[in-house]
Design a protein around this ligand. Structure first.
Ligand code: SF4
Ligand code: SF4
Length: 139
């Protein structure tokens, strides 16, 4: 009984106060994959080193990244703070907020996905049927 009330309040809070569509569940298994093969999007996915140099002046997080390649999406980066042997972050305690909050659902809006085998999951707060019902009511 209390469990179901708690679930309803939580759902309401996430949907209407936080304006979220997904619950983040699971935990980090420290695989380090989200610190490698990173695309950087600022309005659009960064394509050139000169675009990236400009971006570095805007946020210190970008100064940690180095270009490791380019593909059809854009420049590919990896973070220099990742210890390749242990797959651990060398500045874990002082890591930037963007790393602390990973993964957030905004990732999907940027066309991204969770890193392969990430220990987190982003699970829809409302089921497909609930969303469908809401749309029908609005008509
Ligand atoms: S600062 Fe640490 S957690 Fe953030 S991307 Fe770099 S290695 Fe990963
Ligand atoms: S990909 Fe997921 S599990 Fe792996 S280090 Fe990043 S947050 Fe943790």
């Amino acid at each position: 009984m209390f469990k179901s009330i708690y679930k309803k309040i939580k759902k309401w809070f996430y949907l209407y106060i936080l304006h979220k569509k997904y619950y983040r569940t699971g935990s980090c298994n420290a695989c380090g994959r989200c610190c490698q093969k990173i695309y950087v999007k600022h309005k659009k996915v960064i394509q050139t080193e000169s675009e990236f140099e400009r971006l570095k002046k805007m946020h210190s997080f970008y100064t940690y990244l180095k270009v490791v390649g380019k593909d059809e999406t854009g420049l590919v980066f990896e973070c220099e703070n990742l210890d390749k042997e242990t797959c651990k972050c060398k500045i874990h305690k002082k890591r930037p907020g963007i790393c602390r909050r990973y993964p957030q659902e905004e990732l999907f809006g940027m066309g991204g996905t969770l890193a392969e085998n990430c220990g987190y999951k982003l699970e829809p707060i409302e089921s497909f049927e609930e969303v469908f019902e809401k749309i029908q009511k609005r008509k």
